[in-house]
Design a binder for this molecule. Sequence first.
Ligand SMILES: NC(=O)c1ccc[n+]([C@@H]2O[C@H](COP(=O)([O-])OP(=O)(O)OC[C@H]3O[C@@H](n4cnc5c(N)ncnc54)[C@H](OP(=O)(O)O)[C@@H]3O)[C@@H](O)[C@H]2O)c1
Length: 302
Amino acid sequence: MIFPNERASELNASRAGTVPLGDLTINRLGFGAMRLSTNGMRGPSRDPEVGRAVLRHAVELGVNHIDTAAFYHSQDGSVRANTLIREALSPYPPDLVIATKVGPVFGQSGPVQGTAADLRALVEDNLKALGLERLDLVYLRIGMMEPPHGESLAERFEVLAALREEGLIRHLGLSNVDTTHLAEARAIAPVVAVQNHFHIAKRDDVAVLDACAENGIAFAPFFPLGGGWSDLNDPRLVRVAARHDASVSQIALAWLLALSPVTLAIPGTGSLVHLEENIAAGSITLTPEDLADLDSTGAALR
Ligand SMILES: NC(=O)c1ccc[n+]([C@@H]2O[C@H](COP(=O)([O-])OP(=O)(O)OC[C@H]3O[C@@H](n4cnc5c(N)ncnc54)[C@H](OP(=O)(O)O)[C@@H]3O)[C@@H](O)[C@H]2O)c1
């Protein structure tokens, strides 16, 4: 299957360029695994065979970075992103960088923040499910929907730093943080990536993006397509999409890639067609006119 447009020959994630993650280098267009098991969190199962096919095709299309978590699974727990990744891709290609995140623990009434004492078991759970001896990148994910301003992450990050020293983790990242959290963590151990809620219709996190850019830290927006809920059908977005014979989703991804050399797109999908469409976005070069149009879709672009 190849997405039916003239960009078929350009379908490779490498077209988006690369970004460093510590001593690793990955394509700036990766893959988010949250939509493989269910379309969201804790919903009905999606077909695991399709999920494995999406993962294999992503790698065929040059994806060398997959973002996952042990808590990405269907409501009944029968389909799990980490299991699909291992089944589809292990033994892993040598250049594949799998990132996971730890922090939340899930009880009967939903997610709560885990404590420092929970983190080793959460890291070991990811190692086991993915069939790895060392995790390439582990994000400490804190708070609920908004960064928990004023809350210290030091105790939790020190545990992950110790697990890194022990050799269970190669690199550390942070998710759902502000610039104070970033500075606090960097005083403990190197941070190679930040993953925050950010997309073309939600751009209020430029301070964190700027701090990442200044320090050579990758910035991986979560919900890069608005999580499938945001209205990407803004007329200015539609106009730019028409100019490129592209979809609004593709323009939303191209905009993230144009925003900064450190942005790392991790669109999530359980669909082969959407996968190809998203990878094709890495070949779209937005013009100054496009960027000016997109500036006016929300807060100033840059
Ligand atoms: N750190 C965190 O707290 C956090 C939170 C959320 C997500 N994440 C990570 O970020 C990744 C990306 O976020 P996300 O997957 O939640 O949201 P997203 O990438 O913004 O959007 C995914 C949604 O858009 C749909 N979609 C994907 N490609 C499309 C296309 N080309 N055209 C139309 N619809 C399309 C998907 O449905 P189909 O599957 O049907 O294509 C799905 O419903 C996740 O996979 C996960 O790895 C992290």
